[in-house]
Write a protein that binds this ligand. Structure first.
Ligand SMILES: NC(=O)c1ccc[n+]([C@@H]2O[C@H](COP(=O)([O-])OP(=O)(O)OC[C@H]3O[C@@H](n4cnc5c(N)ncnc54)[C@H](O)[C@@H]3O)[C@@H](O)[C@H]2O)c1
Ligand SMILES: [Zn+2]
Ligand SMILES: [Zn+2]
Length: 357
């Protein structure tokens, strides 16, 4: 039986999102039907709407989610109806070459639900990051559900994407060491999580870079020791000044701005690591000799780079990091376009949508 529920859909590029009725099938073998309680507004959903990910419209948006399992399909044993879960966009297969080698984070064949969710007229929807959780119900591969202790769903949902991405980039991919300096470009949900991760890793100088004074103020609340307003000064020069002319040991681009990506490479010191976390920022510049001579490492970090959600949840709990401090707005499903407009104009901090609120 298909369930008819309300959901946020992006029908075509750069057009406002709409709240429409969609059909969500009952779970088949290996699938789970989940009732999202909270879904964070992540910049990646905006990239979908702007045509920056691919052109497989219509998209069912939303992916940073915690919710309750409503029903499971045949063969599903690790989660059951009533479980509180975080949804993850990479459910590893356990069978491919990477999984067999014991490196599941590099899995080539992560799982999503096989049955499509559809518009009322039967048009299949592309679920953002294989989740699609700005919806009263969503269908995922059961392996995408990580059972976690019941906490504020808004905070738990962030473990599904932004918090993992920021923490993971600073602590794992960037391998930030005690006493090192780090510069974080872009202080939204992802960048602030990276700053909180830098504190835990023991970085002594944590430089937050943004174009917006309010974002820089919030970043201080997460542990930034210095701030740089890149709308007023050259961030590369400012970072060098703050690091005795050398540049930061580690730089992270957590914006989606090409200029920030370039600056992250330029502001890292010799033998340092520049890490790209922000998506989409197409940037062309000649780094070959610069990287070669300064022996800089350039690395990409994708949410699951080195850490699974369960470990991330433990990490956040163990270090008593108040993820919910990220939130500035909580919205209803029918306020999604309003939320996107504010988010796009960079006038909010982290926003969350309560699909069943
Ligand atoms: N790699 C991953 O696994 C992963 C996971 C989640 C999100 N992302 C990506 O990370 C990026 C950030 O996501 P978010 O949800 O935190 O977005 P956000 O919009 O909340 O934050 C981006 C921040 O960058 C700032 N910014 C814009 N241009 C800048 C510039 N030139 N210099 C410095 N700061 C600048 C903005 O003011 C804003 O505060 C997006 O591109 C998103 O798609 C990547
Ligand atoms: Zn995301
Ligand atoms: Zn695999």
């Amino acid at each position: 039986m298909a369930h008819q529920v309300r959901a946020v859909v992006s029908r075509s590029v750069k057009q406002p999102v709409e709240v429409v009725t969609i059909n969500v099938p009952d779970p088949g073998a290996g699938e789970a039907l989940v009732r999202p309680q909270a879904t964070g507004v992540c910049h990646t959903d905006l990239h979908y709407r702007e045509g920056g990910i691919n052109d497989e419209f219509p998209f069912l948006l939303g992916h940073e989610t915690a919710g309750i399992v409503e029903a499971v399909g045949e063969g599903v044993v690790h989660v059951a109806p009533g479980d509180f879960v975080v949804l993850n966009w990479r459910a590893v297969c356990g069978e491919c070459r990477a999984c067999r080698k014991g490196v599941p984070r590099n899995c080539f064949d992560t799982h999503n639900a096989t049955q499509p969710m559809t518009l009322d007229d039967g048009t299949p929807l592309t679920a953002a990051l294989g989740i699609g959780s700005f919806a009263e119900l969503t269908l995922v591969a059961a392996g995408q559900c990580t059972k976690v202790p019941q906490v504020d769903p808004a905070a738990a949902g962030l473990l599904g994407c932004g918090v993992m991405a920021g923490f993971g980039a600073a602590v794992n991919t960037g391998e930030l060491q005690r006493g090192e300096t780090i510069a974080v470009f872009g202080c939204g949900g992802v960048g602030d999580a990276a700053i909180a991760g830098a504190v835990v890793a023991g970085a002594t100088t944590i430089i937050a870079v943004d174009l917006d004074e309010r974002k820089l103020e919030w970043a201080k609340g997460f542990g930034a020791t210095h701030t740089v307003d890149a709308s007023k000064v050259d961030p590369v020069e400012a970072i060098r000044e703050l690091t005795h002319g050398e540049g930061a040991h580690k730089t992270l681009d957590c914006s989606s701005a090409p200029t920030a990506r370039r600056a992250a490479v330029q502001a890292v010191r010799a033998w340092g690591t520049a890490c790209f976390v922000g998506e989409r920022g197409m940037v062309e510049f000649d780094v070959s000799n610069d990287i070669l001579r300064r022996q800089v490492t350039l690395v990409g970090s994708w949410t699951f780079s080195k850490q699974g959600q369960a470990e991330c949840a433990e990490f956040v709990a163990d270090h008593d990091i108040a993820v919910d401090r990220l939130f500035t707005h909580r919205w209803r499903l029918d306020q999604a376009e309003e939320a996107y407009k504010l988010f796009d104009s960079q006038t909010t901090g982290k926003a969350v949508i309560l699909p069943n609120g």
